[in-house]
Design a protein. Structure first.
Length: 466
């Protein structure tokens, strides 16, 4: 059946028009022809209108409402009218179609987007639902052929960190341009020669942000000796928390005793307010936050929000909560939260962000163990120094930790002293490895998306294109 070309032209690549369409076939076949009556020689770019012959071409295009579409084109060959041109006969170049291609460029772009976003198997399943016939291997081939080359010419501030191909066995290195916020390369391992060779091939780097992994320190010192090395602040605080955790492992008894000493007493309110709150709760329409604000502002009741929540919880659960077995249950639940690792995080955390219950627990812990009180003070001093960006306090803190700190904090302080220049830069510089950690999270997502079976070149191509 014949159709007016105006009804379908916008569904076609520019420069083609439909001469016939058969809707009974699958895929949907359209006979199309070029609109132009002339063509340009690809060698000399001269225009020609002399047709030599015609030949058939079949091109796959984007589907229409989930139905696969194919174009059948009677392409033309032209005589080149430029007598000085070496090519006497040439094939016309169809619009939006590469030479020798069997798919239109817009279809290739769609398949390439699917490949980079979903990789092979998942991409092929989505393409099938959309009416595109493509195999997983074909999608992976497109990723490898069109992978962007790393742009490393203008890198001034570099961030690098390791990631695991297989955790505990094999690791690689990711490199990120911290100014453009884009990954620029990925290395197959994290050894000194590999990182040093990459830095040798890319001079001009002024700042390198990294963690405290010793092979990276050595490689940067050899490959970019003039660059300022910056230790990541998050890793500094993480290493501090790990050192504090090693201390707490040897004081588990104090952690348990602090739980008992920090148990809050039942919050007390005037009896009239207790009866009012109970009636409001039983009749519904009760907003805990608004009621607490009303008590504090208008009734001048000194009660923290956390204590008020505890009061309402006891009011809801009734008198059975005050029974001995219920109190023991609450103590057991609290003890599960007070193990060395979470307590170490509390000790190094900004005290302004601690809840009333956590502050009460840390006070009880310091009263029970003077040694842990000293650890708490040292950890808070270091964390505050990092937050205030006061590198001039670093040397004093290291000396104090080496003098009065436990063994784990002394080891941490010695490591800071060995890398003091980079630690000082971390405290006062604006650069950090936050972007690099984010890129590593995305890389892990890409690995899981490919079920952990992607080899180095495929994973590198997807990382650079992300």
């Amino acid at each position: 059946m014949n159709h007016s070309p105006t009804s379908t032209r916008r569904l076609l690549p520019d420069g083609l028009r439909v001469s016939h369409m058969d809707a009974r076939e699958r895929p949907l076949v359209l006979l199309v022809e070029p609109v132009s009556t002339t063509a340009r020689c690809p060698l000399c770019n001269s225009k020609s209108a002399r047709v030599h012959s015609r030949y058939p071409r079949t091109l796959a295009d984007l589907p229409w409402r989930g139905i696969a579409v194919a174009f059948k084109v009677h392409a033309r060959k032209f005589f080149c009218e430029n007598e000085g041109c070496e090519r006497r006969i040439f094939c016309e170049r169809l619009p939006d179609v590469a030479a020798y291609a069997r798919k239109t460029e817009r279809l290739e772009e769609t398949l390439l987007s699917i490949a980079f976003e979903l990789s092979g198997e998942a991409g092929a399943r989505l393409a099938r639902e959309l009416g595109l016939l493509v195999s997983p291997d074909a999608l992976l081939g497109r990723i490898r052929r069109t992978a962007p080359a790393p742009d490393t010419d203008a890198v001034r501030v570099l961030g690098l960190d390791d990631f695991a191909f297989r955790r505990g066995h094999r690791y690689g290195t990711i490199l990120v341009d911290l100014e453009s916020h884009r990954p620029i390369d990925r290395l197959p391992d994290r050894t000194v020669p590999t990182v040093r060779n990459w830095l040798d091939e890319h001079p001009g780097i002024e700042v390198v942000c990294r963690d405290r992994y010793s092979p990276y320190i050595e490689a940067i010192g050899a490959g970019a000796p003039e660059a300022i090395q910056v230790t990541d602040r998050w890793h500094l605080l993480k290493n501090l928390s790990e050192a504090v955790e090693k201390v707490l492992v040897r004081h588990r008894k104090a952690l348990r005793e602090a739980v008992e000493h920090a148990q809050p007493e039942a919050p007390k309110l005037p009896w009239g307010w207790v009866a009012f709150l109970k009636r409001r709760w039983e009749h519904g329409g009760f907003d805990v936050g608004e009621t607490w604000e009303h008590l504090c502002v208008y009734c001048e009741v000194e009660l923290s929000r956390e204590d008020f929540d505890e009061f309402m919880r006891r009011l809801r659960e009734g008198p059975t909560l005050h029974a001995p077995h219920a109190a023991r249950r609450l103590a057991r639940e609290e003890a599960k939260r007070r193990t060395p690792r979470p307590v170490a995080r509390l000790i190094s955390k900004d005290p302004r962000k601690l809840s009333t219950r956590d502050q009460r627990y840390l006070r009880a812990l310091s009263e029970i163990s003077p040694k842990l009180a000293e650890v708490h003070r040292l950890a808070q001093d270091f964390a505050a120094m990092v937050r205030r960006q006061s590198p001039e306090e670093l040397e004093v803190w290291i000396e104090e930790a080496l003098t009065v700190g436990p063994e784990a904090l002394q080891d941490f302080a010695e490591g800071l002293g060995d890398d003091e220049t980079a630690v000082r830069a971390a405290i006062c510089q604006k650069w950090s490895s936050g972007q690099v950690e984010g890129r590593i999270n995305k890389l892990k997502m890409l690995k899981r998306q490919m079920y952990g079976r992607a080899n180095f070149d495929l994973l590198r191509a997807r990382v650079l294109a992300s």
